[in-house]
Design a protein around this ligand. Structure first.
Ligand code: ME8
Length: 478
C-alpha cells in the first residue's frame, strides 16, 4: 500500500455535533495518524465534512430564521471547531455547498445520463425528512418512521431514476468475493441479505427540493441529497476537476461509518461508481450504533452528549480514550457516561498518569535522570498491536496497552527500587528503572495515534535516556 485515503461520513448540519459523530471521527483519526507514521504524511488523505443540502437542513435553517447558506456556514464552522478541539487531524473538510463539488457532481451525473443509466419516471412514495429517504409501508411502525418516530410525507413527482438493477449482480459478486470488503462480517451478511431480498432502481433527483445541486440536463430538478452527498468522496478527491490528484487518491482505501447508512455505502455507492466507470472503494467498515446509559441518544430524552462538555470535563485525550474504550469497535454497545469519572480515575489518573509520574520521579531521584539503554524482554508484540489498529480493534489494542501499564506497575512493586536504593544497590535500581522507562516508551509509541498529546508528553520526557525529566501531571484526579 502506497497511499491511504480514509473518509468519515459527511454529517448533516441540521444540528450540532454529538458524540456519535465524534466516535466515528476519532476512530478515523487514529487510523490516519497510524498510516501517516507508516506511509508519510503526504501519502495519507483523511477527509471529513458536512452534508449541507436537502430538506433536513433547509427546515432547520427556517427554524433558525436564517437563509440556508448562512445557516449551513454557521453550522459547518461548529463541526470544524469541535474537530480541532478534539485534535482531529483531517486533511480535507468537504462541504457540499462548495462550487467545486457542484462541478464534480454535474460531471458525474452527466456521465450516467449519457451512458443511458438514467431514465425519467414518476415517483410516488412516503418520504422521511429525518432519514432523507423514501420508506416502504413495510418499514413503518404504527405508520411512523421507526428511527425518527414521525409520520413520513406522502409525495409524488417527476423524478429521474438510476438503473441500479443493471449493476446489482456485479456489486454483489465483488462483495461476496471480498474484492470490495464490507466489514465486520455480520454487516457483510446483512448487505448480501439486501441483494437477496431484491432491490429496485431508485430516484436520484428531486423536483420539489430547490436547495441542492441542479441536475445538469434539467435544471428544474436537483440531485437527490444522498446521491450527491456520496459523491463528496470523489469530488473532494478531484474527480472531474483535477485529474492528477484524483488518479493519486482514488479509490478510497476505507469508508468508515455506522451501520445506519451502510446500505447507501455498500449498495448504492458502488453501483453509481460502476456506472460512472470508476473504481470501487477497497473497504467499507460500518461500526455499531450506540446507546447512552442504556437509552437511545435523542433530543427528546435530553441525553445527547456534546463532545465539548466532555473535553471541558476530562480533556481531549481522555475524551478520545473514554469513547473508544466503551465496547469493541464494530459491535453495538452502550456508552456508560455515568461511569466516565470512575473510568477516568482508574485508567488515566490512577493508571497511566500515575505510572508516568512514578517512574520519572524515581529516575530523577535515584539515578539523577539517567538510565542505560538496555535490551528488554517484551511479553507483548508491538507489531501485533499495530495490526490491531489496522483491523480497527481499537478497544482491544487499548486494553493490551493498559495490561502493559498494569504489568509495568507490578514489576516496580515487585522489585521495590526504593528498598534497593536504601540498601545501596544502585546498579539494580538502575536496571529496574531502565526497563520500566523502555516499556513506558513503547506505551507512549502505541498511544501516539490514540492520544497524541499524552504520547508526546511521555516520549519527550523519555527522549534522552541521559536526561529524563518528570512531565507535568498528565491527568488530574476528578
Ligand atoms: O447520515 N452511534 O449524517 P448523520 C454510533 N449526512 N455512531 C453514530 C451515532 C450513534 N448513536 N450517531 C451518529 C448522515 N453516528 C449523512 C451521511 S455520507 C455520504 C452522508 C455517526 O449526521 C455514525 O458515523 O446522520 C453515523 O453513520 C453518522 O454519525 C450519521 O451522521
Amino acid at each position: 500500500m502506497k497511499k491511504y485515503y480514509i473518509t468519515t461520513p459527511i454529517y448533516y448540519v441540521n444540528d450540532v455535533p454529538h458524540i456519535g459523530h465524534a466516535y466515528t471521527t476519532i476512530a478515523a483519526d487514529v487510523l490516519a495518524r497510524h498510516y501517516r507514521k507508516k506511509l508519510g504524511a503526504e501519502n495519507v488523505r483523511f477527509m471529513t465534512g458536512t452534508d449541507e443540502h436537502g430538506k433536513k437542513n433547509t427546515e432547520a435553517a427556517e427554524k433558525a430564521g436564517l437563509e440556508p447558506q448562512a445557516f449551513v456556514d454557521e453550522q459547518a464552522e461548529k463541526f470544524e471547531e469541535i474537530w480541532t478541539n478534539l485534535n482531529i487531524s483531517y486533511d480535507v473538510f468537504a462541504r457540499t455547498t462548495n462550487p467545486d463539488h457542484y462541478a464534480s457532481v454535474s460531471r458525474f451525473m452527466q456521465t450516467l445520463y449519457e451512458k443511458g443509466d438514467i431514465y425519467e419516471g414518476n415517483y410516488k412514495g412516503l418520504y422521511c425528512v429525518g432519514c432523507e429517504k423514501f420508506l416502504t409501508e413495510k418499514e413503518l411502525v404504527d405508520g411512523k418512521c421507526p428511527d425518527h418516530r414521525t409520520v413520513p410525507q406522502a409525495f409524488e413527482e417527476k423524478n429521474y431514476f438510476f438503473r441500479l438493477t443493471k449493476y446489482l449482480d456485479d456489486v454483489r459478486k465483488l462483495i461476496e468475493t471480498g474484492e470490495l470488503l464490507v466489514e465486520p462480517a455480520s454487516r457483510k451478511s446483512e448487505v448480501l441479505g439486501l441483494f437477496k431480498q431484491g432491490l429496485e432502481d431508485f430516484s436520484v433527483s428531486r423536483e420539489s427540493v430547490a436547495w441542492g445541486v441542479p441536475v445538469p440536463w434539467d435544471e428544474k430538478q436537483t440531485v437527490y441529497v444522498w446521491v450527491e452527498a456520496l459523491q463528496n468522496y470523489t469530488s473532494f478527491a478531484g474527480f472531474g476537476l483535477r485529474d492528477e490528484e484524483f488518479e493519486k487518491w482514488w479509490p478510497a482505501d476505507l469508508h468508515l461509518m455506522a451501520k445506519d447508512i451502510l446500505k447507501f455505502h455498500a449498495v448504492y455507492w458502488p453501483a453509481l461508481l460502476a456506472a460512472a466507470g470508476l473504481k470501487l472503494p477497497k473497504r467499507i467498515f460500518a461500526h455499531g450504533f450506540f446507546t447512552v446509559n442504556g437509552q437511545k441518544m435523542s433530543k427528546t430524552l435530553g441525553n445527547v452528549i456534546n463532545p465539548t462538555d466532555m473535553i471541558e470535563q476530562f480533556g481531549v485525550d481522555a475524551t478520545r480514550y473514554l469513547l473508544l474504550t466503551q465496547f469493541p469497535f464494530g459491535q453495538d454497545g452502550d456508552i456508560q457516561a455515568s461511569r466516565f469519572v470512575e473510568k477516568y480515575n482508574a485508567d488515566l489518573a490512577g493508571g497511566l498518569g500515575n505510572l508516568v509520574s512514578r517512574i520519572t520521579s524515581m529516575v530523577v531521584r535515584y539515578t539523577a535522570g539517567a538510565v542505560k539503554d538496555r535490551r528488554i524482554t517484551r511479553e507483548y508484540n508491538l507489531g501485533e498491536l499495530e495490526q490491531g489498529i489496522q483491523n480497527l480493534q481499537f478497544s482491544e489494542v487499548l486494553e493490551s496497552v493498559w495490561a502493559m501499564i498494569a504489568e509495568t506497575n507490578r514489576k516496580i512493586n515487585d522489585h521495590e527500587p526504593w528498598k534497593l536504593a536504601e540498601a545501596g544497590k544502585m546498579k539494580d535500581v538502575e536496571k529496574v528503572l531502565a526497563e520500566a522507562v523502555l516499556r513506558l516508551r513503547d506505551i507512549g509509541t502505541i498511544l501516539e495515534s490514540f492520544m497524541p498529546d499524552t504520547s508526546e508528553a511521555i516520549l519527550t520526557a523519555l527522549a534522552d535516556l541521559e536526561k529524563i525529566t518528570k512531565p507535568e501531571n498528565l491527568f488530574d484526579r476528578k
